[in-house]
Design a protein. Sequence first.
Length: 288
Amino acid sequence: MIAACPAWPAHCKIDLKGQVYKIQHTLHLNPLTMRLTNGVLDASGLPDGEPAILVSSDGPGQPESYDTAADSIDHIVLTGQPKADGIVLDNRNDDNIRMAAITMENVSISGFRRGLTFGSHAYVFGLSHVQIHNNATGLYTVPNAVDAGERITLEDVNVFNNTLGVDDEGGMELDWLGSRLDYNAMTAVISGLWNFDGHIEIAPPHVPPIRLHALVGQPAGSLFITPGSFVIVSQSGGQASSDYWVQSDSPYSAIQFPAHTYGVRGKIAVMNGPAPVYGPALPPYNPY
């Protein structure tokens, strides 16, 4: 069906009609022209190291223009195998502007090495009503990505039950709206500026669940949690269950807690490192 899609500027809807398809190799979607919708993709037989879906406009004949809006992946369930990747947004060359940006809505990604990857030329796009779960790494941003990471918006996105929820190695700007980071073994490595509105919940950690990392030549990783959000370490009775809650590499990092926190404390301190902590991480919120 993808091979039958006409070349730009025609747009092409790839409708799976609610069926289950087993994929053996990477599906290459052009974000300038293609919409993938309405079905289940089983990538359990994908070769190790391959992505199930590569979103990229690499190749000749693409426009150098903003006039062609990105298309979408929507109403898709994608399951994989633990040595392959789920959806990768990445463009290897610089021959057009709209390179690797696509809207994702009502998508579930599970069972991969990395569920969703943002690479070069992935910027100013959105995810809405997306579930990323039971992967080794839920969301991954590549180091040294070119022209990437500007104001990516995640609305009602649930990253849960991954070994590492988010591994931001590229220092990308992520805006989370009404989203959740729940019960990942480690919540996040943050190397960019995050604005987070939503819910973070974990079981008592033995190591800091969040690391604020600093990249050369970029603003240090910081997490600003909105007042309406809730951060909870469950089953801890409000007692410290690790030495620290956040690990910081740089004095230019920062974490801002919301008004509602429960069990967010460390035996030694909330923060291990030189970064400041803003807001009421202590004392713990009493819900009764």
